[in-house]
Design a protein around this ligand. Sequence first.
Ligand code: TXA
Ligand code: MG
Length: 356
Amino acid sequence: MLRLNTVVYKIDAENPRLNLAEIDRAADILRGGGLVAFPTETVYGLGANALSPEAVKKIYEAKGRPSDNPLIVHIARADELGAIAEETPETAKILMSRFWPGPLTLVFKKRPAVPYETSGGLETVAVRMPSNDIARLLIERAGLPIAAPSANSSGKPSPTRASHVEYDLGGRIDMILDGGPAYYGLESTIVDCARGAPCLLRPGAVTLEMLREAVGEVAVDPAVNSKTEGRPQAPGMRYKHYSPLANVTVVRGPQAGVVRKINELAAEYAADTGRPPGILATRQTAALYDKERCAVLILGDRGDPPAIGANLFNMLRKFDYYGIGQVYSEGFDEAGLGLAIMNRLKKASGYDIIEI
Ligand code: TXA
Ligand code: MG
């Protein structure tokens, strides 16, 4: 693959119009069929013209992504949906009015204008209206729906900072807009509205509780909680995902037991390999681990799930950069945002979970 000169522009997150010249250059690249990574409130996305098969193919090449894994189409205004989705079911209308713009992706029947390259060969299309001002301004200035998967190399944890994108995709894409750390740090919630009753395909910052409060019953795709033998509805859930280079083991249960078990496993690993393991701790527990022999990172306060969600991918990447081979992570309660946090931890660990 040709090595590109990847231009990085810092954009003022509070007031992106101060950087309109840079955003317009990015919009020009998108209109010309190129690739631009940009911040969203969830994770950084790798954008291309969603209506151009050639542009979208470049996304798959740059990421090393299997071409049957469909992309999310990003729009700046709700009235752009009509050109992409065949019909808007009632439940989708309610969810859009409650959660757009924001970290919610909805799956619709696609219009023919959406190429199969974008939909991964499916008759449906996933659509999201991000709340991040840089993302919205970029889409608006490009005047196009923008297909954007997370801007990581396929299989790596999603990027929550521009530096993560540069590390994975520098030289493979045309431009990166650096808008600082992503607010939620976890990919959007995905709900399928195309087959009648709504179904949660991927948990995110719009929680299952929030969805049910808005539209009543919402089914949960089995792939959300466990490694299913069946075919998950979101093709992306098939692949080993969000995984750092390190082997990850999650230990879940009452705090004292979890700390004891992690200390035991960490000491064994250090003795066996002569290398320091990584530990993903919380404010409440960090002091209880052996900092002399382990790389201890604090995800956040156990009472502050948004902080834990925002830090998770950054810390998994830090362990990779430090060359850590084994990570032990505390587990979390699966209520609210905890469902999304545990879903990513389960995937990162390949479902290696020890219950205390
Ligand atoms: O927060 C996000 O959603 C980020 C930012 C950039 O918007 N994007 C993101 O994209 O996470 P990606 O490609 O990493 O994940 C998209 C997921 C995949 O699991 C894919 O299989 C699923 O959405 N998906 C896309 N189109 C679909 C469809 N038509 N039906 C079911 N699942 C779909
Ligand atoms: Mg992704």
